[in-house]
Design a protein around this ligand. Structure first.
Ligand code: ADP
Ligand code: MG
Length: 272
């Protein structure tokens, strides 16, 4: 009998999909015997291992599904560049409760200031808390919706996006859109209004949004829906890349060319 127990146990654990039990029960049994654990304690230790592994795998799957840029996390984001108020808001948003209230997060600022990185970092933090997130560039998202519309599947596609508690739309208004593109974007925003959160980045301030939605009525309606329940983060920061390039250039002993380069960078910053 003893001889068949081990293979039979391995088979049962496989069938029950308990890989952590399979990998750890023998070592834990030795530990339990050496330290005089009760049966309950032994079982609990294995259950906790299994649940821990499951949770890690689930987060890994959610991270893959989120399409978040892997390296753009809050850990790799220099938060000292942010104003205290924005920093405080980011800390609060990381908790994820705004998603339960279907609130939006709107991030504005000139190019290179860190809008995409910041929202991506927030997305990572939300996935870590078990929230469902999808990161998409506005251009690609609109293409996806347009395709669904021509195939008469727009409603289905919008429903598929409902799976995500947080939809990050990166760079709204970056590329000039035609009327059809604007319409599906508006339909998406109206669909999620008060149901699901939208997190977006834009280089354009609201007064320039007519470029996106073409006519004043649609523009006002889109802004109204987004802003109604929202947190607005103004990232009026100089370009991070320019700043770090400046830092690197500033280190060597000043030479006339370095000084000229610095001036150029400074001017470019002002132009953003
Ligand atoms: P934006 O979306 O505002 O145009 P990005 O988020 O794309 O700016 O930032 C431009 C580059 O600078 C990216 O490579 C980003 O990782 C980096 N970056 C921006 N801000 C920071 C920051 N505060 N800490 C670390 N890296 C940053
Ligand atoms: Mg960006």
């Amino acid at each position: 009998m003893e001889g068949v127990i081990k293979p039979e146990l391995a088979r049962c654990l496989r069938t029950l999909c308990l890989p952590a039990f399979g990998a750890n029960h023998a070592a834990h049994a030795a530990m339990a015997a050496a330290e005089g654990w009760s049966y309950d304690r032994y079982l609990l230790a294995l259950c906790e291992l299994e649940l821990g592994q499951r949770e890690r795998r689930r987060k890994e799957r959610m991270l893959l599904a989120s399409k978040l840029p892997r390296s753009k996390t809050l850990e790799s984001f220099d938060r000292t560049r942010l104003k205290t108020g924005v920093n405080r808001q980011i800390s609060a948003l990381q908790e994820g409760e705004f998603l339960d209230r279907a609130e939006n997060v709107l991030v504005f600022g000139p190019p290179g200031g860190g809008k995409t990185h910041l929202l991506s970092g927030l997305g990572h933090a939300l996935v870590e808390r078990g929230r469902t997130v999808l990161f998409a560039s506005c251009v690609l998202l609109v293409q996806r919706l347009l395709l669904a519309k021509t195939e008469l599947k727009l409603a289905k596609e919008l429903k598929a996006l409902d799976r995500y508690e947080a939809l990050i739309i990166d760079d709204i208004g970056y590329v000039q859109q035609d009327r059809d593109e604007m319409e599906v974007l508006f339909t998406l925003l109206a669909h999620r209004y008060e149901q699901r959160s939208v997190l977006l980045t834009s280089n354009l301030v609201f007064s320039e949004w007519e470029r996106i939605f073409k006519d004043p009525m649609t523009t006002a309606a889109a802004i109204d829906r987004l802003v109604h329940h929202s947190v607005i983060l103004e990232l009026n920061l100089p370009s991070y890349r320019m700043e770090t390039a400046k830092g690197r250039k500033a280190k060597p002993a000043p030479s006339p060319t370095a000084a000229a380069a610095k001036t150029l960078v400074g001017e470019a910053d002002d132009a953003l």
